[in-house]
Ligand binder design. Structure first.
Ligand SMILES: Nc1ncnc2c1ncn2[C@@H]1O[C@H](COP(=O)(O)OP(=O)(O)OP(=O)(O)O)[C@@H](O)[C@H]1O
Length: 375
């Protein structure tokens, strides 16, 4: 073994040790959080009468029932009663509950809710449910709120919506402050010659290569046991893999050939509070940001980890930052694709575009002094 090999192995070991440490601390936090959510008590809600003559407001809650299978029937009913009591205590009508199904993941439910004239639609589930509800609401004036119940809850983390405290997340609904956010669209051409490529909305990031392989490698059983830590375990497995030959074109410019492990395009850039993949990505700036990761071996991954940990914006040969309104990525061999953390299978070509400000989201102001969306 050469000195370079030894160094390579050493850096990789440090990287994996750090990853394991992060996984362990996340696991402990996740367990504490789950326990807190499951033992939440129904508050003695004091119903408030609405102002005389004022129409009572109504929310729809689109709920993914698979995210609550850990709760027994009694706890589930208690949770629903709690939520309804909170709405009544603010003078709202009882919410309309709409469940997702194995074939309708939230888009149709959100459209039905808009057709019924609700004032807001809450997405209760993980990022897949949020994405689907957003597809139903984009371009309408009905805002979306989040009741995060997934593992990653990436949008909630990026928008500073509480993702471990149901009462705090609900409180935001009554703040009446919305922001207009951009949505990203991903067109997936699986064969490279598809006549009608699939089109999906994304709110956080879409990518291909290492990150998608990592998401695809997360087993449901491990996710239930380890929560966010399952991604670290799968990520450690996906570290070893060949670089892919891809062509990246930004805003119609001539495509640049790159050898890469991952191309990730983001509408916003946070993975966790501490881990920011794209420090300059803003969800309301009308642009998409991208990172192209091209590590080779353990030392290369060490450089990538360091660039991400230090939020290095300059970029370097292992981590390149790009910005634009349209990205086209063509792969020589099909690569795994992911969408806000959900793997959607391999594709030869993906096109990513941005639709600025078309979704209203009820969340804290994006930055100090920012104005809320006009009504
Ligand atoms: N009623 C249902 N029965 C079975 N599966 C469902 C149902 N509703 C939704 N799903 C599945 O759940 C997925 C969405 O899950 P969701 O986004 O809520 O969590 P997630 O993306 O798995 O979150 P995380 O990975 O962060 O836990 C959908 O893509 C669909 O496959």
């Amino acid at each position: 073994m050469t000195v370079a090999d030894l160094l390579d192995t050493g850096v990789l070991a440090v990287f994996l040790a750090l990853a394991a440490l992060v996984a362990f601390s996340l696991l402990l936090r996740e367990r504490r959080t789950t326990r807190r959510l499951r033992t939440q008590q129904v508050p003695p809600a004091a119903p408030a009468a609405p102002a005389a003559g004022a129409p009572r407001r109504r929310a729809a809650i689109v709920v993914n029932p698979t995210k609550f299978t850990g709760l027994d029937e009694h706890s589930l009913r208690r949770r629903q009663a709690y939520v309804a009591a909170v709405f009544r205590s603010h003078g709202w009508e009882d919410p309309l509950w709409l469940e997702t199904t194995p074939t309708e993941h939230g888009r149709q439910q959100a459209r039905d809710a808009v057709a019924q004239g609700v004032d807001i639609v809450l997405a209760a589930g993980g990022d897949g449910t949020v994405r689907s509800v957003a597809e139903g609401l984009a371009g309408t004036s009905t805002p979306m709120a989040l009741l995060p119940a997934g593992t990653g809850n990436l949008l909630a983390r990026n928008l500073d919506v509480p993702h471990t405290d149901l009462a705090a997340a609900l409180d935001l609904v009554f703040s009446e402050e919305d922001v207009r956010v951009d949505v990203g669209w991903l067109e997936v051409d699986r064969s490279g010659r598809d006549a009608e490529p699939e089109r999906h909305l994304f709110l956080v990031m879409a990518g291909l290569g290492f990150d998608a392989a990592m998401m695809a490698g997360v087993e449901d059983r491990l996710k239930q046991r380890l929560g966010y830590g399952a991604y670290v375990v799968s990520g450690a497995r996906a570290l070893w893999g060949p670089q892919a030959k891809v062509q990246v074109s930004v805003d119609g410019q001539a495509p640049a050939p790159v050898r890469t492990r991952a191309v990730i395009v983001g509408n916003c850039g946070k993975l966790t509070k501490q881990l920011v993949l794209m420090p300059d990505a803003e969800i309301d700036d009308g642009y998409l940001d991208a990172v192209v990761l091209s590590p080779r071996g353990g030392i290369g991954w060490g450089e990538v980890a360091w660039a991400i940990a230090t939020r290095d914006r300059r970029g370097q040969r292992r981590v390149r930052h790009l910005r634009g309104k349209r990205f086209e990525v063509t792969c020589q061999e099909p690569q795994e694709v992911e969408l806000d953390g959900d793997p959607i299978g391999p594709a030869h070509r993906v096109t990513l575009t941005v639709d600025p400000g078309v979704l209203r989201v009820r969340c804290p102001p994006l930055r100090a002094g920012a104005h809320a969306a006009p009504r």
